[in-house]
Ligand binder design. Structure first.
Ligand code: CA
Length: 261
């Protein structure tokens, strides 16, 4: 489902790696690059210290807009992104990162509040994980490693439907390759995760998928903790698609698209 973007990202990574090698000439720097976007200098330098000790290269940006530019210029392997930033907030940085070149770069969000809404909104925008401040820098290093490992393992999932497939359920039509959704002929704008979630459920029509299975298939990993992310996305799909949303809640289990409606 994420295959095209993931593949593009991997290609970008490969070519970025290759150009680093050729420019550096003699010795390529094989260390993975973590970009920290954080305006609190002490937090940023503390995180840098631990990440460098763990074998990463680190760049720091103190403003959201600078962070976005640094991400475009340096093609980091991972971005640690504070939410509240001067210039541009973390939500907006994530949104633009996801739209730009290398849009698949893993993002770990730093959130000051232990606020479920922030986390869910962050994940909905495509953050891969989040950490609540204040955090233990060892935990940050562990999360960075885990997210990078998952990103590397994220197999280019072959979509069950061929790229040119059209899925139709009543008046709902989905052009899989073009990632377009029409309800009664009207185009409906879905976020990438909403689209993937909808297609995954339709491709498994008749089967109940648990929240964990959906996280695994749509996010490409088992996200530790918040399966409410799925509920939030289903709610959004129902809001956007109204009566055309084919997803049924199976209480205590998960969700399904029934074979017949
Ligand atoms: Ca901040």
């Amino acid at each position: 489902m994420i295959s095209a973007r993931a593949a593009r990202w991997r290609e970008d990574r490969l070519s970025a790696g290759a150009s680093r090698t050729s420019i550096a000439g003699v010795m390529a720097d094989e260390r993975q690059l973590v970009l920290i976007v954080e305006d609190e200098a002490n937090i940023a330098s503390f995180a840098r210290m631990y990440l460098e000790a763990a074998g990463f290269r680190v760049e720091i940006a103190a403003r959201g807009d600078d962070g976005l530019k640094a991400a475009e210029d340096h093609s980091p392997d991972l971005v640690v992104l504070d939410l509240m930033l001067p210039g541009m907030d973390g939500y907006e940085v994530t949104r633009r990162l996801r739209q730009g070149k290398g849009g698949q770069v893993p993002v770990i969000m730093l959130t000051a509040r232990d606020d479920a809404v922030d986390k869910v909104v962050g994940l909905e925008l495509g953050a891969d994980d989040y950490i609540t401040k204040p955090f233990n820098p060892r935990e940050l290093v562990a999360r960075v490693r885990a997210v990078l490992r998952r990103a590397a393992e994220r197999a280019p999932e072959a979509p069950a439907s061929p790229a040119n497939a059209t899925l139709e359920i009543d008046a709902l039509r989905i052009e899989v390759g073009g990632r377009e959704v029409y309800a009664d002929g009207e185009g409906v704008a879905l976020t990438p995760k909403e689209f993937d979630l909808l297609v995954t459920l339709i491709e498994n029509r008749g089967l109940v998928l648990t929240r964990e299975q959906l996280l695994e298939r749509v996010w490409g990993f088992t996200f530790l903790g918040d399966s409410r992310t799925i509920d939030v996305h289903v709610r959004q799909l129902r809001r956007k698609l109204g009566n055309h949303c084919p997803i049924q809640t199976v209480w205590g289990t998960g969700y399904k698209v029934p074979v017949a409606r």
